[in-house]
Design a protein around this ligand. Structure first.
Ligand code: ADP
Length: 448
């Protein structure tokens, strides 16, 4: 087992990793930008190193600084969290060249899954169902027309290098196609420096359902069930739950088994998420995330596993400690992402947090790095906390969510807490009847 791990991240996820390390008796090194000198992850770590000025490209994305921080402190491994360098294959390679363990999959697996066309091709070859679409990138409008015609309208044009919901455009018919393609290419070029696009069947009313996997890189892998992340705004998740209100145990076992088998064939190491759109009882692969996800606590709640500790164990060379039969699901869990944003306009609301109070009690977990007097810097993501509730049934979770949101106090900045309180009044939410477009339509109806 490692003696010292460097956590290459900030905010709630840095704290989450730190907690896992502390329970395992591993020393922690925090890194931080000058804007984060007073951050909670710095206060709680055994050691800390300042790695640069506020902009992420100069600090949390600064590979040379992070490698130096490992060398100065003698950290043997790096946990990347999510975002920042967590899906950067080159970073994983550079660490390896310095004899530092990257806690995550091989650079090769990261690279394959980071290219959306390659990822789809790989998934298909491994027997995972994919969205019907073009075989690879489409170079020009003539090729796009041919592809769209054989797939059938409506289609969606997506960036090969895509991420964060950018560079996606829907075309409902051949007349739309030319403009949609040009816009998607321009957006992709601007956002990712790579204008290549591909075409997929556009699904009208899917749910977003993803399967959590865990592998040891030695040919063993299990699935840990699904999460339903259909409540999205601009393709960004705000609410995640396990199990999905739409799946039964048989469907879960079937798709889970297929995905776990694929991960065994890849000799996948660490945690990962296979994302699907789900419509009319069919699953369609859209992408794989080769890292820990923001929403991992809902899976922890229903399996009783600590996913970060499992990541660390397999990274240290241990075999998977469990078989599929050992994994028992129990109850239901829901996560709400609390952002420092105006709940109606979603404009960021950084600044000083005068006081905070977190809810507690049976079945309530809060992952957050906030404290009273903390100043939320304007440079990073607006996620300031995650409220996770769990209970025997979904209905129990809904009651618990109402109760704990009413206890949650963040004074001094605006948060998305009122949005969740309003969502809990909606019958569709209470009944679990929602798809990936539900939230956008709700916001259109309810924006003053
Ligand atoms: P990104 O990497 O940018 O997040 P994804 O491929 O994961 O892109 O897609 C993000 C979201 O976009 C999905 O959760 C879904 O809401 C929507 N989406 C993607 N592909 C399709 C599709 N073929 N049909 C309908 N919606 C889609």
């Amino acid at each position: 087992m490692f003696e010292k791990i460097l956590i290459a991240n900030r905010g709630e996820i840095a704290l989450r990793v730190l907690r896992a390390c502390r329970e395992l008796g591993i020393h922690t090194v925090a890194v931080h930008s000058t804007a984060d000198a007073d951050a909670m992850h710095v206060k709680l770590a055994d050691e800390s190193v300042c790695i640069g000025p506020p902009p992420a490209k100069d600090s949390y994305l600064n590979v040379a600084s992070i490698v130096s921080a490992c060398e100065i402190t003698g950290a043997e491994a790096v946990h990347p969290g999510y975002g920042f360098l967590s899906e950067n294959a080159r970073f994983a390679e550079i660490l390896k060249e310095h004899d530092i363990k990257f806690i995550g999959p091989s650079a090769e697996n990261i690279r394959t899954m980071g290219d959306k066309i390659e990822a789809k091709r790989t998934a298909k070859a491994l027997g995972i169902p994919v969205v019907p679409g073009s075989e690879g990138g489409v170079a020009d409008i003539a090729e796009a027309r041919r592809a769209a015609k054989s797939i059938g309208y409506p289609v969606i044009i997506k960036a090969t290098a895509g991420g964060g919901g950018r560079g996606m455009k829907v075309a409902r018919n051949e007349d739309d196609l030319e403009i949609a393609m040009a816009t998607a290419q321009t957006e992709a070029k601007a956002a990712f420096g790579n204008g290549e696009v591909y075409i997929e069947k556009y699904l009208e009313k899917p749910r977003h359902i993803e399967i959590q996997v865990l592998g040891d890189g030695q040919g063993n892998a299990v699935h840990l069930g699904e999460r339903d992340c259909s409540l999205q705004r601009r393709h960004q998740k705000i609410w995640e739950e396990a199990h999905s209100p739409a799946l039964n145990a048989h469907q879960r076992d079937e798709i889970g088994a297929r995905v776990a088998k694929a991960m065994r064939e890849l000799s996948y190491e660490g945690v990962g998420t296979i994302e699907f759109l789900y419509e009319n009882d069919e699953f369609y692969f859209i992408e794989m995330n080769t890292r820990l996800q923001v929403e991992h606590p809902v899976t922890e709640a229903i399996t009783g596993l600590d996913l970060v500790q499992e990541q660390i164990r397999v990274a240290s060379g241990a075999k998977l400690a469990m078989t599929q039969e050992d994994i028992q699901f129990s109850g239901h869990a829901i996560e709400c992402r609390i952002n420092a944003e105006n709940p109606a306009t979603f404009a960021p609301s950084p600044g000083r947090v005068d006081s905070v109070h977190f809810p507690g009690g049976l079945g309530v977990r809060v992952d957050s790095a906030l404290y009273s007097g903390y100043r939320i810097p304007p440079y990073y993501d607006s996620l300031i906390g995650k409220l996770i509730v769990f209970g025997k049934t979904r209905a129990e979770c809904m009651m618990r969510l109402r109760r704990s949101l009413s206890e949650f106090v963040v004074d001094g900045v605006e948060t998305t807490i009122p949005l969740f309180q309003n969502l809990l009044l909606e019958n569709d939410i209470i009944d679990g009847h929602y798809d990936i477009h539900w939230l956008e339509k709700y916001l259109e109806r309810n924006t003053p």
